[in-house]
Write a new protein. Structure first.
Length: 155
């Protein structure tokens, strides 16, 4: 159980750190469809030097992924509001536990989406781009860990 929690936190940290890295550094080598989660932001794949053929595969994949994450993020935010209401009203522990399980299921869906997206993206990349991709992920994880900030931005 502890291993799964650590794995879950590591995946969340990697994704959020990667998104944050690209948001704050604004590294954009090519034009693409804006990220629905952070308009005007560049995508990780833009720093990998993709060919036009690779971009034509990657952009729809990224749009689908970010759209799905946006939907799941909205679902989690809605559940957080309900949780605060339940806690404020001193609802029975069973209701609170049920909601906690629903939130955990959404987090699980997010993790599955992230892993699937990484695996799908990897198929598009050549070996050198794959190496760069995973190097950037590792670098982002190290930066997040050394910053002392929560991986999810304190949310």
């Amino acid at each position: 159980m502890t291993f799964l929690l650590i794995l879950s936190l590591a995946i969340n940290a990697a994704v959020l750190a990667t998104l944050g890295y690209h948001y704050y550094h604004g590294t954009s080598l090519t034009e693409s469809v804006p990220c629905p989660m952070s308009p005007g932001d560049s995508h990780l794949y833009q720093s990998l030097g993709l060919s036009d053929a690779q971009l034509s595969k990657m952009e729809p994949l990224a749009q689908k992924f970010h759209g799905r994450l946006s939907d799941l993020g909205a679902a989690i935010e809605g559940k957080k509001e309900v949780l605060v209401d339940l806690l404020a009203k001193n609802e029975d522990p069973a209701s609170i536990e049920n909601l906690r399980k629903q939130m955990a299921n959404i987090q699980d869906e997010i993790q599955k989406e992230v892993i699937t997206h990484i695996m799908d993206s990897k198929k598009i990349l050549d070996p050198n781009q794959q190496q760069r991709f995973f190097d950037l992920m590792r670098q982002s994880m190290i930066q997040t860990k050394s910053s002392g900030l929560p991986a999810n931005g304190g949310k």
